[in-house]
Design a protein around this ligand. Structure first.
Ligand SMILES: NC(=O)c1ccc[n+]([C@@H]2O[C@H](COP(=O)([O-])OP(=O)(O)OC[C@H]3O[C@@H](n4cnc5c(N)ncnc54)[C@H](OP(=O)(O)O)[C@@H]3O)[C@@H](O)[C@H]2O)c1
Length: 148
């Protein structure tokens, strides 16, 4: 997310950071990922080597290679670690259910229409922060928060 909590615009990402995408792949591969229907549409296909869950209120929706669910209670195979991967609506509803937040912080304000919720400092402790990285003239860092 950007300094002003933007995570998306026009149902796509406002930036392209290949290092961040590679890190996302490395962290989530082999695990379960949960996303909103709009994020799934922006990606356009199931992400390989991960169990893909898509949240929707549309009980008719069927997608090959994806578990379409209407509630987190529908997630099976709870032996696997579960990553909530967006977008804004889903982050807002599920942030309180998470133990850890893995945030890529873009060090500038960006215009957008999808947002990460405010991270409440009385709930979340910043436990790790990478050095500032730079790609395509965009400065960013990786932050890890744990629930207090
Ligand atoms: N920067 C990042 O890390 C990042 C990560 C992911 C996404 N994004 C961006 O975020 C944007 C998309 O976010 P968004 O907030 O617009 O949409 P979203 O959270 O991806 O999906 C919203 C949809 O999820 C379903 N949904 C929401 N709450 C639900 C519930 N309680 N039960 C069942 N289904 C529920 C609904 O689908 P139905 O309408 O089908 O019922 C809703 O329309 C895009 O711009 C995307 O590129 C950014």
């Amino acid at each position: 997310m950007s300094e002003n909590n933007v995570i998306g615009i026009d149902n796509s990402l406002p930036w392209h950071l290949s290092g961040d995408l590679k890190r996302f792949k490395a962290i989530t591969t082999g695990h379960q990922i949960v996303m909103g229907r709009k994020t799934y549409e922006s990606i356009g296909k199931p992400l390989p080597n991960r169990v893909n869950f898509v949240l929707t209120r549309n009980s008719d929706l069927k997608i090959d290679g994806v578990h379409v669910i209407s509630s987190l209670n529908d997630i099976s195979d709870s032996d696997k670690k579960t990553f909530i991967i967006g977008g804004g609506e889903i982050y807002s509803q599920l942030i309180d259910s998470c133990d850890e937040l893995l945030v890529t912080k873009i060090h500038r304000e960006i215009h957008g229409d999808a947002f990460f919720p405010m991270i409440d400092a009385s709930v979340w402790s910043l436990v790790d922060q990478s050095e500032k990285l730079n790609e395509n003239d965009i400065e960013f860092s990786y932050l890890t928060y744990r629930k207090i």
